[in-house]
Design a protein around this ligand. Structure first.
Ligand code: PBG
Length: 339
């Protein structure tokens, strides 16, 4: 440094100074490349059998299991915040080997779909199509001799998707990762006259440690083994793209990458490769990690959540499934008021 420390001695000052454009709030606002909007959010809700139940989920602070009557109230609140869609997950009253309740017209999800569509018709209702919360072994398919039988599983997933469509779901979202299920569900929906019900495919879904909190909420942890024979190896990007291509070819209307934060590279690559809309799921463990650190005072929840959501959209997601949706909707409104 020179004697007065005003600038380095052996140095030519830069001609290009990117900091010029970061100097004021109005410049930064004008030049922001990625904008977060409530229109991008999908809010997951957990429906449980019974009535008048609102039970906190320990591992997901701020999230609750709700009975159908209470889930309708929450759906109303969510729609009033401007959130366009909810994604419904169900808890089972009774479990068995084939996950019978998953496709029951009287199941919590089926009743919730009908109730929400009648009370809050403007809200798009998406249903998670899977068996893991309904099978006594906790796997996402049918177990034959300790292995997950692909085609038997697909048959049950098809029944489940049909029951959701019959209840009035706008989109069904298969999350099981069995081969060929998107095509089978599309064909069955069409044959049943549900040609307008769309498919949001969990297309690139990894076998992730970040689903831990969700499995507590849905009571869906596998009783033996793990999900690695059907969900993707988190190390594989090319295989993830192949899964996405297959789902598009089978008729997926929207493809989803999951988990979102640990797979932003995949979000970007999928966005480049396909022309259907791309969704990303900011999953339970990613949510819980931010919540837990914030509860300790180790990071600013609002800033961290908004930064993560922005990164997911910047990577290329048009839709973000997130437990932060209602809070983020409120934070975005507050920001608008401040500007
Ligand atoms: C069901 C399903 C899971 C999630 C969505 N659908 C769990 C799993 O595959 O074990 C995870 C969602 C989250 O962690 O937020 N198959």
């Amino acid at each position: 440094m020179s004697a007065d420390e005003s600038r380095p001695e052996v140095w030519t000052p830069p001609i290009v100074r990117p900091r010029r454009l970061r100097a004021t709030a109005s410049l930064r606002r004008m030049l922001r490349e990625t904008r977060l909007s409530v229109d991008q959010f999908v809010y997951p809700l957990f429906v449980t059998p019974g009535s008048d139940i609102v039970e906190p989920i320990d591992a997901m602070p701020g999230q609750f299991l709700r009975s159908v009557d209470r889930v309708v109230d929450e759906a109303r609140r969510v729609a009033d915040l401007g959130i366009p869609a909810v994604l419904l997950f169900g808890r089972a009253a009774a479990k068995d080997a084939r996950g019978s309740e998953a496709s029951s017209p009287e199941g919590a999800v089926q009743r919730a779909v009908a109730a929400i569509k009648s009370s809050v018709p403007e809200l798009t209702v998406i249903t998670d199509v899977c068996l893991c919360a309904y099978t006594d072994h906790g796997h996402c398919g049918i177990v034959v001799e300790e292995r997950i039988d692909n085609d038997r599983s697909v048959a049950r997933l098809v029944d489940t998707a049909l029951s959701h469509a019959a209840a009035g779901a706008d989109l069904v979202a298969p999350s099981d990762m069995m081969d060929g299920r998107v095509g089978a569900i599309r064909a069955a929906l069409d044959a049943a006259g549900h040609t307008d019900v769309g498919i949001l495919a969990y297309a690139a879904k990894a076998a992730s440690a970040f689903y831990g909190p969700f499995r507590e909420a849905a009571d869906s942890a596998p009783a033996f083994g793990d999900r690695r024979t059907y969900q993707l190896d988190p190390a594989n990007a090319r295989e993830a793209l192949r899964e996405v291509e297959l789902d598009v070819a089978e008729g997926a209307d929207i493809v989803m990458v999951k988990p979102a934060l640990v797979n932003l590279d995949l979000v970007a690559r999928v966005r480049d490769r396909v022309t259907v809309p791309v969704a990303a799921y900011f999953v339970s463990g990613e949510y819980a990690a931010i919540k837990a650190a914030a509860a300790q005072g180790w990071l600013d929840e609002r800033a961290a959540a908004l930064e993560a959501l922005t990164a997911i959209v910047r990577a290329g997601a048009q839709i973000v499934v997130t437990y932060f949706a209602p809070d983020a909707a409120q934070w975005l409104r507050d920001e608008e008021m401040r500007d």
